[in-house]
Design a protein around this ligand. Structure first.
Ligand SMILES: Nc1ncnc2c1ncn2[C@@H]1O[C@H](COP(=O)(O)OP(=O)(O)OP(=O)(O)O)[C@@H](O)[C@H]1O
Ligand SMILES: [Mg+2]
Length: 112
């Protein structure tokens, strides 16, 4: 099993959600996160003033899936999340040691 963490633009969320649904992935955890990086510096300088916000609102989607699904999930997020402009975000893939469905006690692939 793998965990896919994707940091995406808020504007791309619906497209990414629909691209995932199209490949049968209708489970994820959505987090509102604060992204820090070069873009904020460029944006604040462009505006010529610091308005007190030194981060950019982003969404993080966390998906745990069997390893065989990872390539399709990553491709769906990459294509639907891409605008081609600086700051489209990142995708990270982790190994998952154990997954447990609390209701049934099922483990690992049976639990996701
Ligand atoms: N190395 C990282 N570790 C954790 N989060 C990151 C990392 N890089 C980017 N992020 C998250 O992704 C958001 C968007 O990153 P961004 O797309 O600007 O990455 P980038 O590498 O600078 O690519 P680009 O050249 O397209 O700007 C950041 O605001 C931050 O939330
Ligand atoms: Mg950047």
């Amino acid at each position: 099993m793998k965990k896919i963490e994707a940091i995406i633009r808020v504007t791309q969320f619906e497209a990414v959600r629909d691209a995932l649904a199209a490949i049968g992935v209708q489970f994820f955890t959505l987090k509102e996160v604060r992204g820090y990086g070069l873009q904020k510096g460029q944006r604040l300088m462009y505006r010529g003033a610091n308005h007190g916000a030194d981060f950019i609102a982003r969404l993080q989607m966390d998906i745990v899936a069997e390893s065989g699904m990872v390539e399709g999930i990553v491709k769906a997020i990459e294509s639907a999340g891409k605008t081609g402009k600086i700051g489209d975000g990142k995708i990270f893939v982790f190994d998952i040691e154990t997954a447990i469905r609390i209701r049934t006690g099922e483990r690992n692939e049976e639990a996701v």
